[in-house]
Structures are given as structure tokens and as C-alpha cells.
Design a protein around this ligand. Structure first.
Ligand code: SAH
Length: 364
């Protein structure tokens, strides 16, 4: 039993069953025993691999996207660049290197990294030691958006790590799914006794499961409000779809799926992102929302193929094969491939018009 598991069992013993959101927040964000607080989980030897860790091209293309949006904004002399959940800092490092192609953009950047894990903040500080831009760390989105500056917000695999609540439709109505204790005193999923008082849920057949991510919605709304007031754009890339439906809570450990209730704090817990809910929140706050794009389309429209060809022209044969394999993996359109499963959502100051790679959407 992990120390965190003991702590959660004790908590439930005192307070009764806790929401899936609270469980997820403890597993990922517990200050000393949480998943992100205790390790650097990325890469071949970690639990999972993310797009920026697959290839430098990912961060470079996002860097060129940022530079293009900056130009579209009229090239402001100062721009806040905010990354949510920067992991190892790899995406930002590649982004800033690509931004060297446009020195005026690079010198306008004031960088803020939003990170709750002290372990990963240290890794980011090492990665970005030579970044050459003003740089600060904060733990909350609210703090990152304090300066009233035009702002670019980047988030890759950030929203999927935010805690979700789950609701199950029973024959008696909707019930929130909670984490409680089994007869043997182990962690087990249970249902609340009464309907949730704070949620209005749509009519669904018995057995249906719905998820909600209140933190994600609040963050999208907060960013949308900032962009509408101070100009700028946001780009969120994550796995998920335009809507929600079904139980998508998953635990990943050593590149394989695990039981979300076993070994809390030792596995990564995520859920599919409901991009429709984020888009509606940003739009309600005054932002213009772009069409939702599969990652493959987004990267190809930004010029992944050309970028890969350019890298390959100066590479050894072995490197050329690795570049081609990485590009293929990032744009894999088979149903479980990154190119199809991951989506790119962008929203912006509505005066900006369509952002590079995107068409405007009125589907919200
Ligand atoms: N963007 C990186 C890392 C993705 S993993 C990449 O693509 O490789 C999720 C990241 O979000 C980690 O850095 C994690 O520590 C951070 N994180 C998770 N929950 C957070 C929260 N509530 N606030 C800020 N950062 C958070």
C-alpha cells in the first residue's frame, strides 16, 4: 500500500466518500506524495511520452504559430507568453529556439510558466537556463494573467490532468460517482445517496456516465476574459473530443493502463478533455473560438512536412529515419493514433480573426 493510499483511506474513514475530482487532485497534486510532485514521468523510461518529447518539431511549429499570431496582432512591443503545465520545458525550449527566426517577436516575450510541481519546475529551470527571455514561475493561472498585457497561452496535455467529477445515471436519477471504501476497507467506487444538488444534467438512459471538469471550465473562462480584454490567443492541445460521454478516467503506468484506484500517486491519472465545454466557457467570456482540429491536421497545416524535410536535409541516415518516424507518430490518423485522438483548440480576442491553421467556428 502506498503512503498516499493510507492517507486517502484515513480521510474517507473520517469524512466519508470523496468525489472522483478530489481523489484525482490528491493523486496528482498532493504536495509531497502526489504523482507529479514525486517524479519526472516523461519519456521512454517514464510512464508516458508527450508530443514535445517525441520531436523538437512539435514545439518549433507552435513557436512559429505564436510568432505568426503576434504579427497578426500588430507586433506588440511586449507580449506575455504563458505555458500551462510545461512538463520538462521541452516544448518551450523548442518554441523559443524557433522564435529566433523572428528576433523582434522573441525580444517582446515575457514568459510565465504555470506549474504546481516543484520537481518539474526544477527540471524546467534547467531546460530553460539559457532561454534569454524574462522568465517567472507561478502556481495558478490567475497569477499568470495578472499583467494586463497581450497574451499567448499554450497548453499541451494540461487540461487532461485537471480533476474531473463523474456522474452515473441510475434508475433513480443521476448520482455522483465517489471514491469510498469496500467491505474490506480498500478503495472502491461508490455512488452518492442523492442527486447532485449543484449540477443540472441532461436526460440519459440508465447506465450512462457523464463527466465534468469544473477547473478546466473556470480556466478557459478566465483566459477567454483576459484575451477579450487585453488581446491575444490561446492554444490547447490534448486528447478528447467536442463533447463528453462515458467513463474516460484512466491510469497509466510504465506505458500501460492500470486500475485508477490501485497504487494512488504511482500512476498518472487523466480524463478525456471535453473541448466543447472549454470552447463554450471561453466564448461566454468574450473570446472568439476556432474550429476544433485533429492534431494531424493542425501540424500539417503549420508545415510539419516541410519542417521534417528541412531537418532531414542536414541529418544522417539514422536521424532521417527517426525524423520520419516522429512525424508519422504525431500525425497518425488511425483511431488510437496521436494525430486523431489529440485535438487542437484555439480561441482568441475576437478582433483577431482566424488564427494560423484554423478557420473560425460558430459551432459553440
Ligand atoms: N506539457 C508537458 C507536460 C504535460 S503533463 C508536455 O507536453 O510534455 C501535465 C503538466 O501539468 C505537468 O507539468 C504537471 O505538473 C502540470 N500540472 C498538472 N496539474 C496542474 C495544475 N493544476 N496546475 C498547474 N500545473 C499542473
Amino acid at each position: 500500500m502506498t503512503a498516499l493510499e493510507r492517507e486517502i483511506i484515513e480521510l474517507i474513514g473520517h469524512e466519508g466518500p470523496i468525489s472522483v475530482a478530489r481523489y484525482m487532485a490528491l493523486c496528482l497534486g498532493h504536495p509531497t506524495r502526489g504523482y507529479y510532485a514525486t517524479r519526472d514521468p516523461f519519456g521512454a523510461r517514464g510512464d508516458f511520452i508527450t508530443a514535445p518529447e517525441i520531436s523538437q518539431m512539435f514545439g518549433e511549429l507552435i513557436g512559429l504559430w505564436c510568432a505568426e499570431v503576434w504579427r497578426q496582432m500588430g507586433a506588440p512591443a511586449r507580449i506575455a507568453l504563458v505555458e500551462l503545465g510545461p512538463g520538462r520545458g521541452t516544448l518551450m525550449n523548442d518554441l523559443l529556439r524557433a522564435a529566433k527566426a523572428l528576433p523582434e517577436f522573441r525580444s517582446a516575450i515575457e514568459l510565465t510558466l504555470v506549474e504546481t510541481s516543484p520537481t518539474l519546475s526544477k527540471v524546467q529551470a534547467r531546460t530553460l537556463a539559457g532561454a534569454g527571455v524574462p522568465l517567472r514561475w507561478v502556481t495558478a493561472v490567475e497569477e499568470a494573467l495578472e499583467p494586463p498585457l497581450p497574451t499567448l497561452v499554450i497548453a499541451n496535455e494540461f487540461f487532461d490532468a485537471l480533476p474531473i467529477r463523474q456522474f452515473v445515471r441510475t434508475s433513480a436519477g443521476w448520482r455522483e460517482r465517489l471514491v469510498g471504501l469496500s467491505g474490506e476497507g480498500a478503495l472502491a467506487f461508490v455512488l452518492a445517496d442523492a442527486a447532485p444538488a449543484d449540477m443540472r444534467l441532461p436526460e440519459r438512459p440508465a447506465g450512462a456516465v457523464l463527466e465534468a471538469c469544473p477547473d478546466g471550465i473556470a480556466i478557459a473562462a478566465r483566459i477567454g476574459r483576459h484575451l477579450a480584454a487585453h488581446r491575444g490567443a490561446a492554444l490547447a492541445i490534448d486528447y478528447g473530443a467536442a463533447g463528453t460521454g462515458g467513463d474516460t478516467l484512466q491510469a497509466v503506468r510504465a506505458h500501460g493502463f492500470a486500475d485508477p484506484l490501485s497504487a494512488p500517486g504511482e500512476a498518472d491519472l487523466t480524463a478525456h478533455v471535453d473541448f466543447g465545454a472549454l470552447a463554450r466557457a471561453a466564448a461566454a467570456a468574450g473570446a472568439g473560438v476556432m474550429e476544433l482540429l485533429p492534431q494531424a491536421d493542425f501540424l500539417e497545416r503549420l508545415g510539419l512536412e516541410q519542417r521534417a524535410a528541412r531537418l532531414a536535409s542536414a541529418a544522417t541516415e539514422e536521424q532521417r529515419a527517426a525524423i520520419a518516424a516522429a512525424a508519422a507518430r504525431l500525425t497518425d490518423r488511425t483511431p488510437t493514433g496521436m494525430g486523431a485522438l489529440f485535438k487542437a483548440l484555439a480561441f482568441a480576442d475576437p478582433r483577431l480573426g482566424p488564427l494560423p491553421g484554423f478557420a473560425e467556428s460558430n459551432a459553440t
